[in-house]
Design a protein around this ligand. Structure first.
Ligand code: ATP
Length: 319
């Protein structure tokens, strides 16, 4: 392999730049040329492709977002569209590609590999919703952002006998909510794993107020579970707390990556290049018990979601 491409796809995540930098530096340092493919698979199809030198990736390690831009291109599922992409890659002499994104992006990477372009996937998403890796690039930064915000909310809420209902991202994965719940000492965490029984949550809030005499309650809830504005109004109506909803939204995706994400992205970028140099494609990089591993994408996509029973129990015992 003499020339590889790198792209970012799906939702952006802090640390994607650190991964782009690692891929570029590790490859160019062993004499492999690197091309940046802009705006994900869309840019691949449209030929938005340019060489990346080691200098092009200077000063991006600490930046959030992705210097390559990201996009969604649902049409990439069609063979015809992917054939156009392969044509473009051939035109630029790109033999293999590192794809940084979520599970959707992995499917694209697998499909390209089956068409003769070896691809390696890196888990770039704040949601931590990829089963083949303990942690995804961006998760720790998003968690830090959430914890900072919730700590601030707690300060103001305690003064007003409030119940803060905070909606966090996660795309059906409860990790951001649960990890943030443990980190901030939340009273209640609601995820797709815990389920949501509105009546029961209101009962528990009444108990925190009347029996435990708490002057503040914090509920952290994953997105896509319920309308938190409506739920906060019910808290005001049915408990002694005044319910306030906060939807943290896209601030969770931004910001400078924390050191853990910079290191993870650098290790994973290195592994991606090493796998491609061994002629391996169709794998995604992950950490398992602290070790960097390559896992076949097909296997990764079929793994069951990570169980969080132990952490959920811990959370319950801390309330
Ligand atoms: P996030 O977790 O941030 O949503 P993602 O990578 O899962 O990231 P998707 O929108 O699901 O985000 O996928 C990104 C892109 O990957 C899609 O827009 C599409 O171009 C490509 N893709 C998704 N699924 C497939 C598939 N089955 N075959 C080929 N390409 C796919």
């Amino acid at each position: 392999v003499k020339r590889i491409g790198v792209l970012t796809s799906g939702g952006d995540a802090p640390g994607m730049n650190a991964a782009i930098r690692a891929v570029t530096r590790v490859a160019t340092n062993i004499g492999i040329e690197v091309y940046g493919i802009y705006d994900g698979y869309r840019g691949m199809v449209e030929g938005k492709i340019q060489p990346l030198t080691r200098r092009d990736v200077s000063d991006i390690l600490d930046r959030g977002g992705t210097m390559l831009g990201s996009a969604r291109l649902p049409e990439f599922k069609s063979l015809e569209v992917r054939e156009k992409a392969v044509e473009q890659l051939k035109k630029f002499g790109i033999e293999a590609v590192v794809v940084i994104g979520g599970d959707g992006s992995y499917r694209g990477a697998l499909a390209l590999t089956e068409m003769g372009i070896n691809c390696i996937g890196l888990p770039g998403t704040i949601d931590n919703d990829i089963s083949s890796t303990d942690e995804t690039i961006g998760f720790n930064t998003a968690l830090t952002t959430i914890v900072d915000a919730v700590d601030k909310l707690r300060d103001t809420s305690s003064s007003h006998h409030r119940c803060s209902v905070v909606e966090v991202m996660g795309n059906r994965c409860g990790d951001l909510a649960l990890f943030a719940g443990i980190s901030t000492g939340a009273e209640i965490v609601i995820t797709s794993e815990t389920g949501f029984d509105e009546g029961e949550v209101l009962d528990r809030l009444r108990e925190f107020d009347v029996v435990k005499k708490k002057n503040h309650a914090l509920v952290i809830i994953s997105e896509k579970i319920t309308d938190v504005e409506v739920f906060a109004r019910k808290v005001s109506q049915h408990t002694g707390f005044s319910g306030r909803a906060t939807i943290l939204g896209h601030v969770q995706r931004g910001g400078s990556p924390v050191p853990a994400d910079r290191i993870l992205a650098s290790r994973m970028g290195e592994k991606a290049v090493d796998l491609l140099m061994q002629g391996i494609g169709g794998q995604c990089v992950g950490t398992q018990s602290g070790n960097i591993v390559g896992v076949p994408i097909e296997e990764a996509l079929n793994m069951p979601a990570k169980s969080r029973k132990e952490l959920q129990n811990l959370f319950d015992r801390l309330v």
